[in-house]
Design a protein around this ligand. Structure first.
Ligand code: SF4
Length: 347
């Protein structure tokens, strides 16, 4: 459990140096501790073995280190690994490792639950309990990175913020976590390998542009007209497609980072030729690199179904004929409820 002590990972290196100065310790000790916290990802003061016992004791008395713990792990028959992580206050979030021949991708959560209530998503049926702190998001990534190395002998190559929660409604922590994930004294990953996926918060998409972020952005589109989109994603009532298109263009102008769309195919809802035409129209209004067409993974609470394979194929062919760079993303980890939209399904 977290104590009332201040979380040591909420201190910057200069603040840590100041603290070490105040207790008469040499400044290089602060650097050593900082390295333990981020680069070496220590989950307790006890683990910092090159510090004296007295110093470790002092740190324990003064600070807390509420590290995220792996609670349960499930491995799919396609190699996907889903982990349930326990936070210091016993809340649970899920993260997924998706291995392919060329990539090791982590799909991470940014909130406990979600407030956006998308109708096709299991997390959307939970309330939002709280935001994850940036050190907790960092822990998720570091723990999945460890799994990738232990299981597949490779480090993580990509990260997608497509797990539980809306990352742009936990803006500060997501950006701070990415800063640590990309820092040379953190996980040292390239921001070009990170994609933040949003259900569409126009104001914060513009903020990403103003902040000149270096990671990529994906918009969960899922329906290409306002009526249908509002039906499955209530956030569309306050952030309609016109506003989102304008915000995405603003983001691109400010950063030139990659933009992609996510589009889950739902049987008899958004899988017709007319739907494809509307999708093409939106694609042409945004400098998007890619449309990921995603196979729907049924969840217990929703009425949607997956279209026939032939319908999906025809949809893809039609997009290709109209020069849309689209890719059909097959589900991974379906058997363990680790696939897109399934996190938090079945408890
Ligand atoms: S799809 Fe994303 S934004 Fe929508 S309810 Fe699920 S977690 Fe929240």
């Amino acid at each position: 459990m977290k104590s009332d002590n201040k979380n040591i990972r909420h201190l910057s290196l200069p603040a840590l140096q100041e603290y070490f100065g105040s207790i008469g310790e040499k400044p290089f000790r602060a650097k050593q501790v900082y390295e333990w916290l981020w680069l070496r990802h220590a989950d307790s003061f006890e683990a910092m073995t090159n510090l004296s016992k007295e110093l470790r004791q002092k740190l324990t008395e003064h600070f807390s280190l509420p590290a995220v713990k792996v609670d349960t792990v499930q491995q799919s028959n396609d190699g996907t690994i889903k982990s349930r992580f326990r936070l210091h206050d016993n809340h649970l979030v899920e993260g997924v490792l998706i291995p392919t021949d060329s990539r090791q991708t982590a799909c991470v959560s940014s909130q406990v639950g979600c407030s956006l209530s998308c109708k096709f998503c299991a997390t959307g049926y939970m309330d939002r309990k709280r935001n994850l702190d940036y050190d907790e998001i960092y822990d998720e990534v570091a723990l999945i990175n460890q799994q990738a190395q232990e299981t597949y002998g490779k480090k993580l190559s990509n990260i997608v913020f497509m797990g539980m929660g809306e990352p742009l409604l936990n803006y500060k922590n997501v950006l701070a976590a990415i800063e640590r994930i990309t820092a040379p004294d953190g996980l040292g990953m390239s921001p070009k390998r990170i994609t933040v996926s949003t259900a569409g918060v126009a104001k914060m998409i513009r903020q990403l542009g103003d902040d000149k972020v270096r990671f990529n952005l994906a918009l969960s589109l899922h329906a290409a007209n306002d009526k249908k989109r509002s039906e499955i994603m209530p956030i569309n009532d306050s952030n309609n497609l016109k506003e989102l298109i304008a915000a995405l263009n603003y983001f691109y102008k400010a950063t030139e980072n990659e933009i992609s769309f996510e589009y889950i195919l739902f049987k008899d809802f958004n899988d017709s030729k007319e739907d494809a035409d509307e999708l093409i129209k939106i694609y042409r209004q945004v400098p998007a690199d890619l449309v990921n067409i995603i196979e729907y993974n049924p969840i217990d609470m929703a009425r949607f179904q997956k279209p026939e394979a032939k319908t999906a194929e025809e949809f893809m062919e039609y997009l290709a004929k109209n020069r849309v760079n689209a890719r059909l993303r097959r589900s991974r980890g379906k058997d363990i409820d680790a696939a897109c939209g399934q996190l938090a399904n079945k408890g």
